[in-house]
Design a protein around this ligand. Structure first.
Ligand SMILES: *[C@@H]1O[C@H](CO)[C@@H](O)[C@H](O)[C@H]1NC(C)=O
Ligand SMILES: *[C@@H]1O[C@H](CO)[C@@H](O)[C@H](O)[C@H]1NC(C)=O
Ligand SMILES: *[C@@H]1O[C@H](CO)[C@@H](O)[C@H](O)[C@H]1NC(C)=O
Ligand SMILES: *[C@@H]1O[C@H](CO)[C@@H](O)[C@H](O)[C@H]1NC(C)=O
Ligand SMILES: *[C@@H]1O[C@H](CO)[C@@H](O)[C@H](O)[C@H]1NC(C)=O
Ligand SMILES: *[C@@H]1O[C@H](CO)[C@@H](O)[C@H](O)[C@H]1NC(C)=O
Ligand SMILES: *[C@@H]1O[C@H](CO)[C@@H](O)[C@H](O)[C@H]1NC(C)=O
Ligand SMILES: *[C@@H]1O[C@H](CO)[C@@H](O)[C@H](O)[C@H]1NC(C)=O
Ligand SMILES: *[C@@H]1O[C@H](CO)[C@@H](O)[C@H](O)[C@H]1NC(C)=O
Length: 593
């Protein structure tokens, strides 16, 4: 499919040719083209023409409404979810509930990472997590963890709503896998049906590079997987894998999925094949590449990134094994200064839809310990997660957006190549169509305006005959560099993970003969075709489950209203004023168009 290209440059060339005073017009033409922002002043409408059906989709995989999951590193898990079922911080309950309330399927949660791969399950330990190596390298912190870990997972799902959990079984020492067997036994017993999968090994393609295993290769790995599966099948507790529940290889970097499958992984019964990938890293500090905000607002980069393992994904599809991206985010090794910006939020939405359109069945946004820049949320202080005043990272807004994006009965996602955005680096838009289960009816659109234009809207033109009406919700911010004033459907996340403000949805009622959907730059719109005011197409309601009260240190269990707490979380009030100002500015801009 090649939609007609309607870039400003080609329009202005045409205008130049018709110009009565060529030199005068040439001046303006140069002005516009020398200063790319000038384009934004009168951006041309974007044609949105979804194909009749999604059968043209390269790798049509049906994705569920819980496509977007969250991935946690084990070592910091208790600082986010709490240290026991009685001490689960109110903000994390609300953060997770906001996502849970917007989907019907269980919320996907993965706990793993290098940390879980190098940690030990200690079945008689009462504390949830104990750090065992104070000098550990910060990207790989081993811990001892006990059954309280599973108690907390269950308690959270009881409060927030159903979840499906994915944990990691270590492959670092397959000769001595007694601990792996104990962990698998405990996970099965304690999580029951909530145990979605056990991923065998984490990033084995880095074992050699990290010195975990000398000269470790795919040829060493395949038979070792067989040994551990054999031990799981014939454990002292009986068969721990009677159903297909194992996932892997969870490669990130130097191996190819196709090579791992060819080398023999396909001989084992796997529930999922798993990948983890980041476009860049900051393991050696910031540099021009990992601080390049432009990369993250250039849609041409997305198909390349999303198709990182296209050959393996195709092989998996022929074998009917779903492929999941069990970790992704902007910049690995802790994020850079772009990781908490609105650009990162737009990118995380764009890439998730890219993954769906190129054959992945789920994707997990990764979050880590306090102050990692790409985190979805951070406690107010590193040592006490019970305090209110959590920081919401821009990727959390992506998760919020994506939890409303997918229809409850499944969808096939197609990159529309809007304005040739797959190929043309100068394009500042992108768009996806979501088709119902059977791929015949376009039900939803996601329209992205990457323009860093202080909210200036761009028109996306729907053709006649696609829908009589459309409901639109917007994820917006004043600029792509913004880290705080981000809103989803008019709401902003407050200091206890609660959504503040009135939920807003715009309805376009005259679309039968085509209509222009207006998307501010920067911003991304979720468009529900056929939705009308008063129907129940969009999620409506209050997803705050744990109230908006916080706990003060030293008064455990005694709720204190946030407003009565000392003003140590300064900036918040100011933030609200800015949010209001932003809405007013947007409102004015809207009135002008
Ligand atoms: C846990 O069990 C191990 C071995 O059975 C024992 O050495 C250890 O003292 C026990 N720890 C606790 C806290 O009971
Ligand atoms: C096997 O692993 C357990 C726990 O992971 C450890 O305590 C034990 O020392 C290991 N045994 C050998 C022989 O390496
Ligand atoms: C790993 O490979 C290096 C270089 O190829 C070799 O010198 C070394 O002996 C190997 N180590 C092991 C444990 O096989
Ligand atoms: C992985 O596959 C890509 C594309 O087929 C290829 O360029 C690359 O060299 C492969 N990597 C390895 C480690 O074989
Ligand atoms: C930054 O990203 C843009 C868009 O992908 C690219 O054209 C440019 O070369 C990148 N710059 C650096 C320093 O990586
Ligand atoms: C990030 O840091 C780089 C290098 O110091 C700087 O050029 C860039 O403006 C910063 N970007 C943001 C969004 O702060
Ligand atoms: C496909 O799904 C749509 C709803 O999304 C339905 O209207 C249509 O009848 C279905 N077509 C077939 C062939 O099942
Ligand atoms: C969309 O907006 C453009 C430019 O403002 C206008 O020319 C066009 O007629 C509009 N299309 C529809 C379907 O309203
Ligand atoms: C949402 O629900 C929470 C918990 O029941 C309650 O504290 C809060 O006041 C509600 N918010 C609104 C806007 O109704």
């Amino acid at each position: 499919m090649a939609p007609s290209r309607r870039s400003f440059v080609s329009l202005s060339w045409a205008a130049l040719a018709r110009c009565p005073l060529p030199s005068f017009c040439l001046f303006f033409w140069m002005l516009f083209n020398l200063f790319p922002n000038a384009h934004a002043l009168s951006p041309s409408p974007v044609d949105v023409t979804p194909p009749q059906n999604a059968h043209s989709a390269i790798s049509a995989v049906v994705v569920q409404d819980n496509f977007l999951g969250i991935s946690f590193e084990l070592n910091s898990f208790d600082t986010l979810w709490g240290k026991s079922p009685q001490q689960m911080p109110i903000p994390i309950q609300n953060y997770l509930a906001n996502l849970r309330a917007r989907i019907h399927s269980p919320l996907r949660i993965r706990i793993g990472g290098n940390s879980m791969d190098s940690s030990t399950y200690v079945s008689n330990q009462t504390q949830m997590i104990v750090l065992t190596d104070p000098n550990a390298y910060f990207n790989d912190v081993p811990v001892d963890f006990g059954p309280t870990f599973f108690d907390v997972l269950n308690a959270m799902a009881d409060v927030v709503g159903e979840m499906q959990f994915m944990i990691t079984l270590s492959m670092q020492d397959p000769q001595n896998d007694t601990d792996v067997i104990d962990l698998a036994k405990a996970a099965r017993d304690m999580l029951g049906d909530r145990l979605d999968s056990m991923l065998l090994g984490n990033e084995p393609d880095l074992y050699a590079g990290h010195g975990t295993r000398a000269n470790y290769t795919i040829q060493d790995y395949i038979p070792e997987i067989g040994e551990v599966l054999n031990d799981l099948r014939n454990s002292q507790y009986g068969n721990l894998i009677p159903n297909t529940i194992i996932g892997g290889p969870t490669i990130c970097c130097t191996w190819n999925l196709s090579d791992v499958l060819d080398a023999g992984l396909t001989q084992y019964p796997y529930k999922y094949y798993t990948l983890q990938h980041y476009p860049t890293h900051t393991c050696n500090g910031p540099n021009a590449k990992n601080t390049n905000i432009t990369y993250f607002v250039s849609h041409t980069n997305v198909p390349v990134f999303a198709q990182w393992q296209s050959k393996g994904i195709q092989m998996a599809q022929s074998a009917n094994v779903p492929v999941l991206m069990t970790e992704y985010n902007t910049v690995s090794c802790g994020g850079s200064n772009i990781s908490d910006t609105f650009a990162a939020a737009l990118w995380a939405v764009d890439v998730a839809l890219g993954f769906a359109s190129y054959g992945l069945s789920a994707a997990y946004l990764h979050t880590r310990e306090y102050q990692v820049l790409y985190n979805l949320f951070d406690p107010a202080t590193p040592d006490d997660s019970m305090q209110p005043g959590w920081r919401t990272g821009s990727p959390y807004y992506s998760a919020l957006f994506l939890s409303e994006t997918f229809p409850h009965d499944g969808a096939v996602v197609l990159d529309l190549n809007l304005d040739n955005s797959i190929y043309d680096a100068a394009t500042t838009v992108a768009g996806y169509a979501l088709y119902g289960q059977n791929g015949t009816v376009c039900e939803r659109l996601v329209l992205i305006n990457f323009g860093d234009d202080a909210g200036t809207p761009r028109s996306f033109t729907l053709p006649p005959g696609i829908a009589h009406s459309a409901g639109v919700r917007l994820l917006t911010a004043p600029s792509i560099a913004e880290t705080m004033q981000i809103t989803w459907a008019g709401q902003i996340v407050g200091r206890n993970g609660e959504l503040e403000g009135t939920q807003s949805t715009q309805y376009y009622t005259r679309c039968a003969n085509g209509c222009n959907i207006s998307v501010p730059g920067p911003g991304v719109a979720l468009v529900l075709l056929g939705a009308t005011e008063g129907d129940s197409s969009f999620y409506v309601g209050n997803s705050t489950v744990a109230g908006i009260v916080g706990f003060q240190e030293g008064s455990m269990g005694v709720p204190v209203r946030s407003s009565s707490l000392p003003k140590m979380f300064g900036g918040h009030e100011r933030a609200c004023v800015w949010a209001t100002a932003g809405v007013v500015v947007l409102g004015v801009l809207h009135a002008l168009f």
